[in-house]
Ligand binder design. Structure first.
Ligand SMILES: C[S@@+](CC[C@H](N)C(=O)[O-])C[C@H]1O[C@@H](n2cnc3c(N)ncnc32)[C@H](O)[C@@H]1O
Length: 258
């Protein structure tokens, strides 16, 4: 998708983004706990969630670690950031900027260096991940950690076939991102985490119709409706159970942490 289409997609989706997960709150707590433990987060860390969206994961991470310095919730979409709340909840500071702005040093951050950065399902929106990850790594303090969380190269969601095929076509390969982390001077590590998602079929179909994944914005209304017919035929069961698998790519900056 073009950059302006990405922006438009999230402006339209923002108001209902969190609702999609309300019916699977376990997913938020489970994934946020994996984020906090993989990044070895501590309350004294200076942390940024880049491409934070509505801050739904940052809010849960803040609940887990009780940070002394507010977690910086960085996103270029004003509508997604607006969902964080006014005023923002304790422990979160929204910042309207892109990953590229932070990497280039053009975004004003309250901390000169960061101890931990994560990008969850936002790296695929970054036009030049090698350069941007290099710039983000430069903002890390010695011993700092950068975690990219992304879907794997292919997914087993109960979507229609054309959507699954397009996903595979568009999704960056996690191995390439590992190469970028290494080139940025970080010690990289790739692991996969997985849980089974169970969602009411009609709710999931509503999420597809609302284009809950940016990938679905590449299909017209009639293609989505045709796809939904295909999904209904392939999945007559009232509850859809499918593996939700994420690649966790951790890069650690050499040196002693604080
Ligand atoms: C799939 S959402 C993920 C949001 C959040 N991390 C989560 O997991 O709920 C992708 C987010 O990336 C943001 N985004 C798009 N382009 C970006 C960029 N160049 N830099 C940082 N974030 C970007 C979008 O505005 C959107 O909020």
């Amino acid at each position: 998708m073009e950059r302006r289409d990405v922006q438009g997609h999230y402006e339209r989706l923002a108001a209902e983004y969190d609702e999609h997960w309300v019916y699977a709150p376990h997913h938020i707590t489970w994934l946020s706990a994996r984020l906090a433990e993989t990044l070895h987060l501590s309350p004294t860390d200076r942390i940024a969630d880049i491409g934070c969206g509505t801050g739904i994961f940052a809010r849960e991470v803040a609940r887990i670690i009780n940070p002394q310095h507010a977690i910086l919730c960085v996103d270029p979409s004003p509508a997604m950031l607006h969902q964080i709340g006014t005023p923002p909840p304790a422990g979160l500071t929204p910042i309207a900027a892109s990953a590229e702005d932070v990497a280039a040093g053009s975004a004003q951050l309250p901390y000169e260096h960061l101890d931990a950065i994560w990008l969850k399902e936002s790296v695929h929106h970054v036009a030049d991940p090698a350069t941007t990850l290099h710039g983000l790594a430069a903002r890390l303090a010695p011993g700092g950690r950068l975690l990219v969380v992304m879907l794997p190269a292919s997914i087993e969601y109960p979507l229609f076939q054309a959507a699954l095929d397009r996903f595979t076509e568009l999704q960056p390969d996690p191995e390439r991102i590992v190469d970028h982390l290494r080139a940025a001077g970080l010690q990289p590590q790739l692991l996969y985490v997985e849980q089974e998602s169970c969602l009411d079929r009609e709710r999931y179909i509503g999420m597809v119709r609302a284009r809950y994944m940016s990938l679905l914005s590449t299909f017209s209304d009639s293609e989505i409706e045709k796809g939904i017919e295909e999904m209904r035929a392939a999945h007559p069961e009232p509850v859809l159970a499918f593996p939700d698998r994420f690649a966790f790519l951790l890069g650690v900056k050499p040196g002693e942490g604080r």
